[in-house]
Design a protein around this ligand. Structure first.
Ligand code: ZN
Length: 285
């Protein structure tokens, strides 16, 4: 049976029908409470989730604020120009190999967290985020899904001023401001989504649709990314891969983020994150 994991006050919890179930309590202390630690025991987590129909909930989801389902990964990769339509709108050639950058894990935030922008050149990028389960090195493409714990929704928020202040651009820094990586609302097991290779993704800003595409259009699909990265750096449980954004970014249509905007990012079968934007002090004065 598929399951969903949330981060409630730093504790891992199953989520079902508007309620949450603290994993440490449900397992009698065998699992958790740290959301990073439960990722090390995928089989035990799946087995424990079978108890949910008969378990008493710890509380109602409506009463809590969710944190990022994976709060402290060792690594968070971003993939640039991974949809053809987005590469075209950005005026860039299609990459011959995955274009990889790092988002510092310190940029991660919860599914309803406020995104704090520090210039008037900040942008949204709705993305499917892969969460690594069992780590490994030199993972074969055919074996890659076995190393994926689950999926979540993410925003690869980008400060285009910081990103393009230099030549060549500095993707890592421009996409790693604090709060620039909201993820969630839940970590969803792969067997709970309708088609792991084709999930519809939308981004709305203030209710206006800006992005709509399907992950079937990824240039480098999830198995290819997992395998490619693992041949370079050892993948570790909890590592995140922001798989890239489709066309419709603000930069390409002069609709960059402003104070008070609300970004709503939805992926079919995975969930929806809603993030308000707050303009704070400039990062350079
Ligand atoms: Zn991106």
């Amino acid at each position: 049976m598929g399951f969903r994991l949330g981060n409630i006050d730093g504790r891992a919890a199953f989520v079902l029908d508007g309620h949450y179930f603290d994993i440490a309590k449900l397992s009698g202390g065998h699992l958790g409470p740290d959301p990073m630690e439960v990722l090390l025991s995928p089989v035990a987590v799946a087995r424990l989730s079978d108890l949910l129909p008969n378990a008493s909930p710890t509380g109602a989801l409506g009463d809590v604020t969710l944190g990022p389902p994976v709060p402290r990964p060792q690594k968070a990769f971003g993939i640039g120009l991974n949809y053809k339509t987005h590469a075209i709108e950005a005026g860039m050639d299609l990459p011959a190999e995955p274009l990889v950058f790092a988002k510092f894990p310190s940029c991660l935030a919860g599914p309803t967290a406020t995104v704090e922008i520090r210039s008037d050149f900040c942008d949204y990028e709705g993305e499917l985020v892969v969460v690594i389960g069992e780590g490994g090195k030199d993972i074969a493409v055919a074996d890659a899904w076995n190393h994926v714990f689950g999926l979540t929704v993410g925003q690869d928020i980008s400060d285009r001023q910081a990103q393009f202040a230099t030549k060549p651009p500095q993707f890592g820094l421009g996409k790693s401001f604090d709060t620039f990586g909201p993820i969630g609302p839940f970590l969803v097991s792969v067997d709970s989504v309708p088609d792991r290779d084709a999930l519809e993704l939308t981004t709305l800003v203030n209710g206006e649709e800006r992005q709509r595409d399907t992950t079937a259009n990824l240039i480098f699909d999830i198995p290819t990314l997992v395998s490619y990265l693992s041949h370079i750096t050892t993948l570790t449980t909890g590592d995140l891969i922001f798989t890239g954004t489709p066309e419709g970014i603000g930069f390409a249509q002069n609709k960059l983020l402003a104070d008070g905007d609300i970004i709503t990012t939805t992926i079919e079968g995975v969930g929806k994150i809603v993030n308000p934007v707050k303009r704070v002090s400039d990062y350079r004065d």
